[in-house]
Write a protein that binds this ligand. Sequence first.
Ligand code: DC
Length: 233
Amino acid sequence: MTDSARVGNESAAHPGLPPVITIDGPTASGKGTVAHSVASALGWEVLDSGALYRLTALAVLQHDVDQEDVQAVADIAQHLTVQFHSTGVTLDGREVSELIRQEQIGNLASRLAPDPGLRAALLERQRAFRQFPGLVADGRDMGTIVFQDAPLKIFLVADVQARAQRRCNQLIEKGISANLADLLADMRERDARDVERVVAPLIAARDAHVVDSSALTIAQTVQVIIDLWSSRQ
Ligand code: DC
Protein backbone atom coordinates (compact mmCIF):
# COMPACT_ATOMS: atom_id res chain seq x y z
CA MET A 1 0.00 0.00 0.00
CA THR A 2 1.48 3.39 -0.95
CA ASP A 3 1.60 6.22 1.54
CA SER A 4 -0.60 8.35 -0.67
CA ALA A 5 -3.30 5.69 -0.31
CA ARG A 6 -3.33 6.12 3.44
CA VAL A 7 -5.03 8.65 5.68
CA GLY A 8 -5.40 9.48 9.38
CA ASN A 9 -1.87 10.14 10.48
CA GLU A 10 -2.54 11.91 13.78
CA SER A 11 -1.16 9.25 16.05
CA ALA A 12 0.36 11.36 18.80
CA ALA A 13 -1.33 9.58 21.70
CA HIS A 14 -3.26 11.88 24.02
CA PRO A 15 -1.57 11.60 27.36
CA GLY A 16 -4.23 10.93 29.97
CA LEU A 17 -6.63 9.28 27.54
CA PRO A 18 -7.14 5.50 27.69
CA PRO A 19 -4.99 3.68 25.11
CA VAL A 20 -6.67 2.26 22.00
CA ILE A 21 -5.50 -0.41 19.57
CA THR A 22 -7.43 -0.12 16.33
CA ILE A 23 -7.90 -3.13 14.07
CA ASP A 24 -9.38 -2.29 10.69
CA GLY A 25 -9.85 -4.56 7.72
CA PRO A 26 -12.24 -6.10 5.24
CA THR A 27 -15.11 -8.39 6.11
CA ALA A 28 -14.14 -11.83 7.46
CA SER A 29 -10.49 -10.87 7.87
CA GLY A 30 -10.73 -12.29 11.40
CA LYS A 31 -10.75 -8.82 13.02
CA GLY A 32 -13.46 -9.68 15.51
CA THR A 33 -11.86 -12.84 16.90
CA VAL A 34 -8.42 -11.24 16.90
CA ALA A 35 -9.73 -8.09 18.63
CA HIS A 36 -11.36 -10.15 21.40
CA SER A 37 -8.21 -12.22 21.96
CA VAL A 38 -5.94 -9.16 22.05
CA ALA A 39 -8.35 -7.43 24.47
CA SER A 40 -8.53 -10.44 26.75
CA ALA A 41 -4.71 -10.79 26.77
CA LEU A 42 -4.42 -7.13 27.84
CA GLY A 43 -7.49 -7.08 30.12
CA TRP A 44 -9.11 -4.37 27.93
CA GLU A 45 -12.61 -3.85 26.51
CA VAL A 46 -13.62 -4.36 22.87
CA LEU A 47 -15.60 -2.17 20.50
CA ASP A 48 -17.12 -4.16 17.61
CA SER A 49 -18.08 -1.13 15.53
CA GLY A 50 -19.49 -3.29 12.74
CA ALA A 51 -22.12 -4.48 15.23
CA LEU A 52 -23.42 -0.90 15.51
CA TYR A 53 -23.87 -0.73 11.72
CA ARG A 54 -25.50 -4.17 11.77
CA LEU A 55 -27.80 -3.13 14.66
CA THR A 56 -28.82 -0.07 12.67
CA ALA A 57 -29.58 -2.29 9.65
CA LEU A 58 -31.67 -4.62 11.82
CA ALA A 59 -33.56 -1.71 13.40
CA VAL A 60 -34.23 -0.26 9.92
CA LEU A 61 -35.80 -3.57 8.88
CA GLN A 62 -37.72 -4.04 12.13
CA HIS A 63 -39.16 -0.51 12.04
CA ASP A 64 -39.87 -0.79 8.33
CA VAL A 65 -37.87 2.38 7.62
CA ASP A 66 -37.35 3.42 4.00
CA GLN A 67 -33.71 2.42 3.33
CA GLU A 68 -33.30 5.33 0.89
CA ASP A 69 -34.41 7.89 3.49
CA VAL A 70 -31.00 8.87 4.87
CA GLN A 71 -32.44 11.15 7.56
CA ALA A 72 -34.73 8.41 8.88
CA VAL A 73 -31.84 5.91 8.89
CA ALA A 74 -29.58 8.38 10.76
CA ASP A 75 -32.40 8.98 13.29
CA ILE A 76 -32.67 5.24 13.89
CA ALA A 77 -28.90 5.05 14.47
CA GLN A 78 -28.99 8.04 16.83
CA HIS A 79 -31.68 6.49 19.00
CA LEU A 80 -30.65 2.82 19.04
CA THR A 81 -31.22 1.25 22.45
CA VAL A 82 -28.38 -1.24 22.58
CA GLN A 83 -26.62 -3.02 25.38
CA PHE A 84 -23.43 -4.97 24.85
CA HIS A 85 -22.90 -7.77 27.37
CA SER A 86 -20.25 -10.45 27.83
CA THR A 87 -21.78 -12.87 25.32
CA GLY A 88 -23.55 -10.60 22.86
CA VAL A 89 -25.83 -7.64 22.38
CA THR A 90 -29.46 -6.63 22.85
CA LEU A 91 -31.53 -4.24 20.73
CA ASP A 92 -34.56 -2.70 22.45
CA GLY A 93 -34.02 -5.26 25.23
CA ARG A 94 -34.11 -8.27 22.89
CA GLU A 95 -31.15 -10.59 22.36
CA VAL A 96 -30.04 -10.15 18.72
CA SER A 97 -26.45 -11.47 18.72
CA GLU A 98 -27.19 -14.24 16.19
CA LEU A 99 -29.63 -12.20 14.14
CA ILE A 100 -27.16 -9.41 13.33
CA ARG A 101 -24.59 -11.94 12.06
CA GLN A 102 -26.82 -12.97 9.14
CA GLU A 103 -25.39 -12.20 5.69
CA GLN A 104 -28.55 -10.27 4.80
CA ILE A 105 -27.98 -7.90 7.74
CA GLY A 106 -24.25 -7.53 6.97
CA ASN A 107 -25.06 -6.65 3.37
CA LEU A 108 -27.66 -4.08 4.36
CA ALA A 109 -25.22 -2.59 6.90
CA SER A 110 -22.65 -2.25 4.13
CA ARG A 111 -25.20 -0.57 1.84
CA LEU A 112 -26.29 1.92 4.53
CA ALA A 113 -22.78 2.61 5.88
CA PRO A 114 -21.63 5.13 3.19
CA ASP A 115 -24.13 7.74 4.42
CA PRO A 116 -22.33 10.56 6.31
CA GLY A 117 -25.40 11.25 8.51
CA LEU A 118 -25.49 7.67 9.72
CA ARG A 119 -21.74 7.67 10.37
CA ALA A 120 -21.96 10.95 12.30
CA ALA A 121 -24.83 9.53 14.37
CA LEU A 122 -22.64 6.61 15.46
CA LEU A 123 -19.41 8.56 16.05
CA GLU A 124 -19.79 9.63 19.70
CA ARG A 125 -21.36 6.30 20.63
CA GLN A 126 -18.16 4.61 19.41
CA ARG A 127 -15.84 7.08 21.15
CA ALA A 128 -17.66 6.52 24.45
CA PHE A 129 -16.19 2.99 24.52
CA ARG A 130 -12.74 4.48 25.17
CA GLN A 131 -12.24 3.73 28.84
CA PHE A 132 -9.45 2.60 31.12
CA PRO A 133 -7.53 0.37 31.16
CA GLY A 134 -7.83 0.38 27.35
CA LEU A 135 -9.85 -0.45 24.26
CA VAL A 136 -9.39 -2.66 21.22
CA ALA A 137 -11.61 -1.21 18.48
CA ASP A 138 -12.37 -3.17 15.32
CA GLY A 139 -13.98 -1.90 12.14
CA ARG A 140 -13.20 -0.08 8.90
CA ASP A 141 -12.38 3.47 10.01
CA MET A 142 -11.19 3.04 13.60
CA GLY A 143 -7.65 4.20 12.80
CA THR A 144 -8.54 6.78 10.15
CA ILE A 145 -11.55 8.56 11.71
CA VAL A 146 -12.86 7.38 15.06
CA PHE A 147 -9.59 7.00 17.00
CA GLN A 148 -7.08 8.91 14.86
CA ASP A 149 -4.75 9.31 17.85
CA ALA A 150 -4.63 5.58 18.68
CA PRO A 151 -1.10 4.63 19.72
CA LEU A 152 -1.25 1.36 17.76
CA LYS A 153 -3.14 0.83 14.50
CA ILE A 154 -3.43 -2.48 12.70
CA PHE A 155 -4.76 -2.99 9.17
CA LEU A 156 -5.62 -6.67 8.98
CA VAL A 157 -5.86 -8.16 5.51
CA ALA A 158 -6.32 -11.65 4.08
CA ASP A 159 -6.97 -12.65 0.50
CA VAL A 160 -10.62 -12.83 -0.48
CA GLN A 161 -10.52 -16.58 -1.17
CA ALA A 162 -9.21 -17.30 2.33
CA ARG A 163 -11.86 -15.01 3.85
CA ALA A 164 -14.73 -16.58 1.91
CA GLN A 165 -13.55 -20.04 2.93
CA ARG A 166 -13.37 -18.97 6.61
CA ARG A 167 -16.88 -17.49 6.46
CA CYS A 168 -18.17 -20.66 4.76
CA ASN A 169 -16.65 -22.85 7.50
CA GLN A 170 -18.10 -20.61 10.24
CA LEU A 171 -21.62 -20.83 8.77
CA ILE A 172 -21.43 -24.59 8.29
CA GLU A 173 -20.18 -25.01 11.89
CA LYS A 174 -23.29 -23.13 13.02
CA GLY A 175 -25.49 -25.47 10.96
CA ILE A 176 -26.32 -22.72 8.43
CA SER A 177 -26.13 -23.79 4.78
CA ALA A 178 -23.48 -21.90 2.79
CA ASN A 179 -22.26 -21.77 -0.78
CA LEU A 180 -18.63 -20.78 -1.31
CA ALA A 181 -19.16 -19.24 -4.75
CA ASP A 182 -22.05 -17.06 -3.51
CA LEU A 183 -20.06 -15.99 -0.44
CA LEU A 184 -17.07 -15.10 -2.61
CA ALA A 185 -19.22 -12.98 -4.92
CA ASP A 186 -20.92 -11.22 -1.96
CA MET A 187 -17.59 -10.59 -0.31
CA ARG A 188 -16.06 -9.06 -3.45
CA GLU A 189 -19.10 -6.82 -3.81
CA ARG A 190 -18.96 -5.77 -0.16
CA ASP A 191 -15.19 -5.13 -0.31
CA ALA A 192 -15.69 -2.89 -3.35
CA ARG A 193 -18.45 -0.93 -1.58
CA ASP A 194 -16.40 -0.51 1.61
CA VAL A 195 -13.23 0.54 -0.27
CA GLU A 196 -14.83 2.79 -2.89
CA ARG A 197 -17.20 4.82 -0.73
CA VAL A 198 -16.32 8.50 -0.38
CA VAL A 199 -16.89 8.83 3.37
CA ALA A 200 -14.63 6.80 5.70
CA PRO A 201 -13.57 4.23 3.10
CA LEU A 202 -11.82 1.04 4.13
CA ILE A 203 -8.21 2.15 3.92
CA ALA A 204 -5.09 1.76 6.05
CA ALA A 205 -4.16 4.76 8.17
CA ARG A 206 -0.79 6.18 7.17
CA ASP A 207 0.66 5.01 10.47
CA ALA A 208 -1.02 1.57 10.48
CA HIS A 209 0.88 -1.72 10.54
CA VAL A 210 -0.44 -3.91 7.72
CA VAL A 211 -0.75 -7.52 8.91
CA ASP A 212 -1.60 -10.21 6.34
CA SER A 213 -3.33 -13.08 8.12
CA SER A 214 -3.92 -15.26 5.00
CA ALA A 215 -1.33 -17.77 6.14
CA LEU A 216 -1.47 -17.10 9.90
CA THR A 217 -3.58 -18.78 12.57
CA ILE A 218 -5.65 -16.58 14.88
CA ALA A 219 -3.14 -17.21 17.69
CA GLN A 220 -0.21 -16.14 15.47
CA THR A 221 -2.04 -13.00 14.36
CA VAL A 222 -2.83 -12.11 17.99
CA GLN A 223 0.82 -12.62 18.91
CA VAL A 224 1.99 -10.28 16.14
CA ILE A 225 -0.24 -7.54 17.57
CA ILE A 226 0.72 -8.17 21.20
CA ASP A 227 4.41 -8.04 20.18
CA LEU A 228 3.84 -4.74 18.37
CA TRP A 229 2.12 -3.35 21.46
CA SER A 230 4.87 -4.61 23.81
CA SER A 231 7.59 -3.15 21.61
CA ARG A 232 5.98 0.30 21.99
CA GLN A 233 6.05 0.18 25.80
O1 DC B 1 -17.36 -5.69 10.34
P1 DC B 1 -18.74 -6.08 9.91
O2 DC B 1 -18.76 -7.03 8.73
O3 DC B 1 -19.57 -6.54 11.06
O4 DC B 1 -19.43 -4.71 9.39
C1 DC B 1 -20.65 -4.70 8.70
C2 DC B 1 -20.70 -3.50 7.76
O5 DC B 1 -20.73 -2.29 8.53
C3 DC B 1 -19.50 -3.35 6.83
O6 DC B 1 -19.70 -4.00 5.59
C4 DC B 1 -19.37 -1.88 6.63
C5 DC B 1 -19.96 -1.27 7.88
N1 DC B 1 -18.94 -0.79 8.81
C6 DC B 1 -18.47 0.47 8.57
O7 DC B 1 -18.83 1.10 7.59
N2 DC B 1 -17.58 1.03 9.46
C7 DC B 1 -17.15 0.36 10.52
N3 DC B 1 -16.29 0.93 11.37
C8 DC B 1 -17.61 -0.96 10.77
C9 DC B 1 -18.51 -1.51 9.87
